[in-house]
Design a protein around this ligand. Structure first.
Ligand code: C2E
Ligand code: MG
Ligand code: MG
Length: 553
């Protein structure tokens, strides 16, 4: 069993021997005959010593001098000291307490009292150490998330008249750095913490939020006479130059002078959202919690409140956008896209509701709905003897976490008697970043059954051409942003190169967002297989798409 260590500093030999006799069975003992020896042992065994028993009247260096030296030493000041006193009177105790002595034991020694005092102090010390472990983040030395929330709230409650600022920072690409470099990556976070310590008032409360996010609360420091724009610019400049100095991108979400009577958690969420907004914009380092942002958050909250009912009540519909062959210009496919017309919110664009659904997981319900609806529609169009083309349905990360994915996909096909080759699945490259091997195999399984997989939004993420050969896909879909930049001859060359490599890999290609004849021709000349965009048609409600099908030869 681990034995704690007690240092005895006592010049009187008889007293030393008595203390040794009382404690030697239960503790490791270190013995010093005067204050100077005691200090030497303290320095040599700082990490091991749990309690010190200290006499006051000693030659060379007395007890007061030891207390003073210990309380001035950052490494030693946390070690508890019990002063052993004779009949020295109250003023000795007073003097020792001002020098941070922890407890007293009176001579002559009562063995039981000595043991209990030492034992209690060690127990308290261990408890404090455990608490410290829970409250302090090991890597950065600042509060853990829970401890931050508690201490920040206490600080707010005890300073009701102070204007406060809450902020959260994030280091771009930290998770990747952490995977590559392990614990040494935390050096970056420690430097961010140091910057915060140096740049903000001393009473700033700092904590960790997520692995790479630091959260902090301090009295507002920007001037009262500054306009909001000036304040935003002030923070923006700060985080831009900090990023430059540290050679990483550090972004921040900031909320100044928030309503301290409202729950802190609500403000933390707002700051987190502001940080998320800042992260979305290249070259932007900070973002305030603004009225626009709060409105958006409120609307997102409404989207969450209403979404389930909306799906049940038929407010969500599936539109279809045609895809045409680049050479023959014949209709060769379509993409299913969701639309939500809400009596309360009006027209909600998928650009707005899909991110909310992705955040709360509802997107898998929505995707399953689009797949079912499309299978039903395909059945109808087959029965009506219309031209039938494969339709691509978007899938998201959440779909692949679903145990019943096979059920979601296969059953609607079977129920409606739809051949697998008439349905495609679109997935984005980012989905592959954390795809489990099970999900990966599932995709392969779908392909073997004849459901083609399309890689959506190619060109927006970290699309590496190299990875294309390894992914279980059949088609690469160039993102609209690629197509928008084609006035630049260099971008044309890049796209041409990509198209030819995609061909070499025996994959097919689609370009989306093609709006005019000139772009259409340029892309067709590059050898792309098919084209989707307003040039041919906007996404159409099912009934209109049915008419579109009817017009095809
Ligand atoms: P996406 O899958 O890349 O879809 C293409 C988007 O480009 C569609 O926007 C479409 O209307 C738009 N678009 C097509 N051609 C043109 C054009 O020539 N010009 C312009 N300006 N836009 C064009 P939409 O329908 O607003 O969808 C946005 C995104 O929302 C989609 O991007 C997709 O990521 C997501 N989404 C839409 N429906 C669903 C769905 O049912 N499930 C999932 N998981 N995501 C969906
Ligand atoms: Mg898509
Ligand atoms: Mg796309």
């Amino acid at each position: 069993m681990h034995k704690s260590t007690v240092l005895i500093i006592e010049d009187n030999e008889i007293n030393r021997e008595i203390l040794e006799a009382i404690l030697e069975d239960d503790y490791n003992l270190l013995i010093a005959e005067n204050g100077k020896q005691g200090m030497e042992l303290l320095s040599a065994h700082t990490a091991d010593i749990d309690v010190v028993l200290l006499d006051i009247q000693m030659p060379v260096m007395n007890g007061y001098e030891v207390l003073e030296a210990v309380s001035n030493d950052l490494n030693l000041r946390h070690i508890p000291i019990i002063v052993t006193t004779g009949d020295d009177g109250l003023d000795v105790e007073e003097h020792c307490l001002t020098l941070h002595a922890t407890d007293f034991i009176k001579k002559p020694y009562n063995p039981l009292i000595v043991r209990l005092r030492v034992e209690n102090l060690i127990r308290m010390r261990n408890f404090a150490a455990t608490l410290n472990d829970v409250e302090i983040d090991k890597q950065t030395g600042v509060y853990t998330r829970n401890a931050f929330m508690i201490y920040a709230q206490q600080w707010i409650d005890s300073h009701p008249d102070l204007d406060m600022t809450l902020a959260m920072t994030d280091v771009r690409g930290f998770k990747r750095l952490n995977e590559q470099m392990g614990d040494s990556s935390f050096e970056i976070l420690r430097r961010v913490v140091e910057e915060i310590r140096n740049a903000y008032p001393e009473n700033t409360i700092i904590g960790t939020y997520n692995i790479d996010q630091i959260i902090y609360l301090h009295p507002t420091i920007t001037g009262k006479d500054m306009s909001n724009e000036e304040k935003e610019e002030w923070y923006e400049t700060r985080f831009r130059s900090l990023s430059k100095d540290m050679d990483v991108v550090i972004k921040a979400g900031i909320c100044e002078n928030f309503d301290t009577t409202r729950r802190l958690m609500g403000h933390v969420n707002n700051v987190w959202e502001a940080l998320r907004e800042a992260k979305k914009i290249y070259g932007r380092y900070s973002r305030f919690v603004s009225k626009d942002l709060l409105d958006k958050l409120q609307r997102n909250a409404r989207i969450e409140d209403l979404m389930e009912k909306a799906l049940k009540n038929g407010e969500m519909q599936v539109y279809y956008q045609p895809k045409h062959d680049a050479k023959t210009e014949k209709l060769v496919g379509a993409e299913a896209l969701m639309r939500w017309i809400s009596p309360e919110l009006g027209f909600v664009s998928p650009g707005e509701f899909i991110p909310v659904f992705e955040k709360n997981g509802f997107v898998s319900m929505a995707d399953a709905f689009v797949w079912r609806e499309t299978c039903k529609n395909q059945r109808k169009w087959i029965d009506n003897c219309l031209k039938v083309v494969p339709i691509s349905v978007n899938a998201s990360r959440h779909d692949f976490a679903h145990k019943d994915l096979e059920q979601f996909i296969i059953k609607p096909l079977q129920d409606n008697g739809i051949a697998e080759h008439l349905m495609h699945i679109e997935i984005t490259e980012s989905l592959f970043e954390n795809l489990s091997s099970e999900a990966f195999n599932l995709l392969q399984d779908f392909r073997h059954r004849g459901i083609k997989i399309e890689l959506d939004d190619f060109g927006t993420g970290y699309s590496s051409l190299n990875s294309l050969s390894e992914l279980p896909i059949d088609t690469v879909k160039f993102d609209m942003s690629f197509v928008r930049k084609l006035s630049d001859p260099r971008k044309q060359k890049v796209m041409k190169g990509c198209v030819s490599m995609i061909k070499d890999l025996e994959l097919s290609s689609v370009a989306e967002g093609v709006e005019d004849a000139e772009t259409r021709k340029m892309i067709a000349d590059m050898g792309i297989d098919s084209i989707q965009g307003y040039y041919y048609s906007k996404p159409l409600p099912a009934a209109e798409f049915e008419e579109y099908l009817a017009k095809q030869k």
